[in-house]
Design a protein around this ligand. Structure first.
Ligand SMILES: Cc1cc2nc3c(=O)[nH]c(=O)nc-3n(C[C@H](O)[C@H](O)[C@H](O)COP(=O)(O)OP(=O)(O)OC[C@H]3O[C@@H](n4cnc5c(N)ncnc54)[C@H](O)[C@@H]3O)c2cc1C
Length: 422
């Protein structure tokens, strides 16, 4: 892999024919995750294009001139012109192949992909999911000298990395930015020696035979598997929702309600969590408006009575959100009256959406025993019904889903696995 500087850019890139450029930085976990994928891309497409790396911190002027704002950023050049789409963040192998299509054409990419030789690697334990549960399991296993690989479809950190501030994680006097907390957790596990396969496509998982296929051709064969894939909130799927997530729209009252002291908040939903969480939010907020699609609440009677008796809570039945946008520090929610079809705008300081959570289980085709809500049942050592398969954290059946309970699960599974392997 050729490393160039801004001085060589004109000769090597602008006059270099077909060139793929990786702007990287040091102390950059997504850059480390990209490095082996970029190397392997270079060896596959070496006869079709040139691959170069540029150290962004030492070539800042060039990066600024090209509008490269984050590391890593991969750019594709043909005869001095940038082609295709720039890639940045947690870049997957799939994204790189897509990028190569702009440079060498779809057919060539297809032909070269067929030449990829499948690889198999053996581990004692494979952890699926790099949130607090998976990272803690990885740390304990690594310290017990168990050969472990941690696999994540994104970058490690899980839901914590998207949390603005975490104030209930023991050991810190002041609230910690979620991304820093998850960065420290991840680095601790990585520096211990757990292997990382992150920003990968998990193509297939065979829990019974303990085989996990990544990016179509890399097979991980393990003796034990820990499922730590967490949950994802159900989204409403309306315009503006994803853009304002973490910046006016939240899916976790325990985490974020305290930032709305004496503020006005909208809660979307009418089930148990929406109503219970709305009640909790009124400990901080001055006013909560519940927007619900039906003409009555779906929450249990006790929760309903409590909410109706709470003077800070107002209700807007038979209304549904249609879009969200930001205006200064306020969030504007456009809602539709389902009877009259008329739309109006509600102004609030924040919006909480509770339209359900779903465990990330879509990849597992084996018969995992689930509870009534679709979460994986485990015994007290976090074993599932499938021999050698464990489940930890939010994806497992439990009453309280927090960072501390996920790391507790990871600890328990790792210690029991270590004892079993011994
Ligand atoms: C917005 C928000 C704020 C929160 N704030 C707090 C707080 O302040 N305090 C607190 O204690 N808790 C908080 N929580 C809850 C806390 O984040 C979770 O309880 C905790 O992260 C659960 O950890 P986990 O490891 O089980 O799963 P997650 O953190 O959900 O991590 C799961 C990981 O698995 C990966 N993954 C998913 N599918 C696959 C797959 N098929 N293969 C491989 N990897 C996969 C994901 O990319 C992710 O990295 C918050 C949650 C949210 C959503």
């Amino acid at each position: 892999m050729k490393e160039i500087t801004s001085t060589d850019f004109e000769k090597e890139v602008l006059k270099g024919g077909k060139v793929v450029v990786d702007f990287y930085s040091t102390e950059c976990p997504p850059c480390e995750a990209l490095a082996p994928k970029f190397e392997s891309l270079a060896s596959l497409f070496g006869s079709e294009a040139k691959f170069v790396k540029i150290f962004r911190q030492q070539n800042r002027d060039l990066a600024d001139k090209l509008g490269v704002k984050s590391s890593p950023t991969v750019l594709f050049f043909e005869d001095g012109k940038e082609v295709g789409v720039r890639l940045s963040g947690g870049i997957r192998r799939h994204d790189l192949f897509e990028g190569m299509k702009a440079l060498v054409g779809k057919e060539k990419v297809k032909e070269i992909k067929l030449q990829i030789k499948p690889e198999t690697s053996q581990y004692d334990v494979a952890i699926l999911g790099g949130g607090p549960g998976g990272l803690t399991a990885g740390l304990y296993l690594c310290q017990a000298k168990v050969n472990t690989v941690l696999i994540d479809v994104g970058l490690p950190g899980g839901n914590v990395s998207t949390t603005h501030m975490v104030s209930n994680y023991p050991g810190f006097i002041d609230p910690q930015p979620g991304y820093m907390l998850s960065h420290f957790m991840s680095e601790q596990t990585k520096q211990c020696g757990t292997s990382y396969k992150v920003a990968v496509d998990v193509t297939h998982v065979d829990l019974v035979n303990k085989k996990i296929v990544l990016d179509d051709y890399e097979t991980i064969q393990a003796r034990k598997i820990i499922i730590a894939t967490g949950t994802s909130p159900n989204f409403l799927g309306v315009p503006g929702e994803k853009e304002l997530k973490g910046n006016g729209i939240s899916y976790c009252a325990t985490c974020d309600a305290k930032y709305f002291g004496e503020k006005e908040v909208i809660v979307i939903g009418g089930g148990n969590s929406a109503i219970e969480e709305a009640d909790f939010i009124t400990k901080f907020a001055s006013k909560v408006t519940i927007v619900h699609q039906f003409d009555k609440l779906q929450a249990n009677k006790t929760a309903q009575e409590k909410a109706f008796a709470n003077k800070k809570i107002g209700f807007m039945f038979e209304h549904e959100p249609r879009s969200f946008r930001k205006s200064g520090n306020s969030v504007i929610a456009e809602v539709e009256d389902l009877k009259t079809k008329l739309r109006k705008e509600l102004v609030a300081d924040g919006v909480f959406i509770f339209v359900g959570l779903k465990p990330n289980l879509s990849l597992f085709t084996d018969k995992l025993e689930l509870d009534n809500w679709g979460y994986i049942k485990t015994d007290e050592d976090k074993r599932t019904n499938i021999e050698g398969v464990y489940a930890v954290g939010d994806v497992s059946s439990k009453k309280y889903r927090q960072i501390t309970t996920a790391i507790a699960d990871g600890t328990i599974a790792a210690i029991s696995i270590t004892k079993e392997l011994d």
